[in-house]
Design a protein around this ligand. Structure first.
Ligand code: C2E
Ligand code: MG
Ligand code: MG
Ligand code: MG
Length: 289
């Protein structure tokens, strides 16, 4: 019995050691990733990609969503879902977020200068909770708009429901200040969060982006059709425009057209592309006025 107990203890010990080793490895990994992220930010080495947003009715180009990319020398492309949370935890999101806003506005200004027809093009930028929690976000956005002589209505700030709900009074206050500048607000990944639809009523928002999961579910279930239909009619009644995320097939687009969704974004039109490629897309696109 003593042997068995000893054996068990050893096994348990091993288990704990393995667990520890794993934890340790994860910690080292995220620390090294944090150091690398700090370094890449300092030397201005992140990339900003742009994904077209298109009107559903006429398939005209309306604008782009800016999406950050990190091409790591050893690890290759690291997706934002991997490093944005890290940037949030470490506070690096403040510098990262400022860079994204500046870079996105700089590109938009460049395109508007090259193509007079691009005067109405818009730029969507994602902003996360820590950026709202830190003073200076609205001031930074206002400065960048002035510096680039951009019409504030060209800029759309994307926030998720969870960002709003984490510190509702404060975030709503900041959204109101942004709207007072003329900047527009979009709710990102709509439908995945609190889904208490009534809270939308008094929100300072202009657009709803329907989460990709509902669009990709189009083929599979009538239920998803119903959800999308309800979101669109809700948006209508609140005077908001609706953008469908993750549109990959013509079939999905046709359904959205039948439901009178305003705009769409997804691989069917284009993956996120670099600045040069975005410029080419603008040059060859029909643009909405
Ligand atoms: P998001 O804001 O919801 O962005 C849309 C994501 O869906 C992007 O992923 C885009 O590449 C992807 N996507 C677009 N169309 C399709 C499609 O047809 N099919 C599929 N399967 N995917 C599609 P990405 O670029 O990997 O970004 C992931 C998330 O990372 C974003 O989700 C956003 O929450 C966050 N993120 C990206 N850039 C930034 C940034 O500059 N700042 C902040 N705070 N977050 C960012
Ligand atoms: Mg987004
Ligand atoms: Mg989204
Ligand atoms: Mg998302």
């Amino acid at each position: 019995d003593a042997d068995i107990a000893m054996y068990r203890a050893k096994q348990q010990g091993k288990g704990i050691m393995l667990f520890d080793a794993h934890m340790h490895q994860e910690l080292v990994e995220s620390l090294s990733l944090e150091m690398d992220l700090r370094e890449v930010l300092e030397r201005d080495g992140l990339l900003l990609f742009y994904q077209p947003i298109v009107s559903v009715a006429e398939e005209r180009l309306e604008g782009f969503e800016a999406l950050v990319r990190w091409n790591h020398p050893l690890r290759g492309m690291i997706p934002p879902d991997r490093f944005i949370p890290l940037a949030e935890e470490t506070g690096l999101i403040i510098d990262l977020g400022k860079w994204v806003i500046s870079e996105a506005c700089r590109s938009l200004k460049l395109w508007q200068e090259i193509y007079p027809k691009a005067a109405q093009l818009t730029m969507n930028v994602n902003v996360s909770i820590r950026q709202f929690a830190t003073p200076g976000l609205v001031e930074h956005i206002s400065e960048v708009l002035q510096l680039n002589k951009l019409a504030p209505a060209c800029l759309k700030i994307e926030v998720t429901e969870s960002v709003i709900m984490q510190d509702k009074a404060h975030v709503v206050g900041e959204l109101n200040r942004l709207r007072a500048l003329g900047v527009q607000i979009a709710i990102d990944d709509f439908g995945t969060g609190y889904s208490s639809l009534s809270y939308l009523q008094n929100m300072p928002i202009d657009h709803l982006k329907i989460d990709r999961s509902f669009i990709s579910g189009f083929q599979e279930s009538q239920e998803n059709d119903q959800i999308v239909r309800s979101i669109i009619s809700l948006a209508r009644s609140l005077g908001l425009s609706v953008i469908a995320e993750g549109v990959e097939t013509r079939g999905q687009l046709e359904k959205l057209r039948a439901l009178q969704c305003d705009k769409a974004q997804g691989f069917m039109f284009s993956r996120p592309v670099d600045e040069k490629k975005a410029r080419e897309i603008i040059g060859t696109s029909q643009l909405s006025i």
